[in-house]
Design a protein around this ligand. Structure first.
Ligand code: ZN
Ligand code: ZN
Length: 112
């Protein structure tokens, strides 16, 4: 459980080999913390990354950009290299927390 709000489960951070690393707080609290630390501008915003118009995982076409999130392939929110960023829909973003996507940094987008 999240240390701060104690109501939401902790956020999945990243996976290395067989180990899964978890944050001590949930997504919401984590985002609040990050916001404080970087003064409201995330590394992502600084990088100028532009979201695609559709989900790179399931191909979902968004009507509004708010439906799409940016996924950090290696789980490191400071790694804003183009190869580490994927546009995914809210649905896939949620899934990324519970199962491994199989993407590695630098993988090409599958076109099927
Ligand atoms: Zn929380
Ligand atoms: Zn999707």
């Amino acid at each position: 459980m999240c240390k701060e709000c104690k109501t939401k489960p902790r956020a999945y951070a990243y996976r290395r080999g067989d180990r899964v690393y978890w944050r001590s707080v949930c997504d919401t609290c984590n985002r609040k913390r990050m916001g404080k630390r970087v003064g409201g501008i995330t590394a992502l915003q600084r990088s100028g990354y532009k979201k695609h118009k559709k989900c790179e995982l399931c191909g979902f076409k968004a009507q509004d950009k708010a439906q799409l999130d940016v996924l950090f392939v290696d789980g490191n929110l400071r790694n804003t290299a183009a190869t580490n960023l994927k546009t995914v829909c809210a649905n896939c973003q949620r899934l990324a927390g519970v199962r491994r996507l199989g993407w590695r940094v630098g993988d090409l987008i599958a076109d099927d």
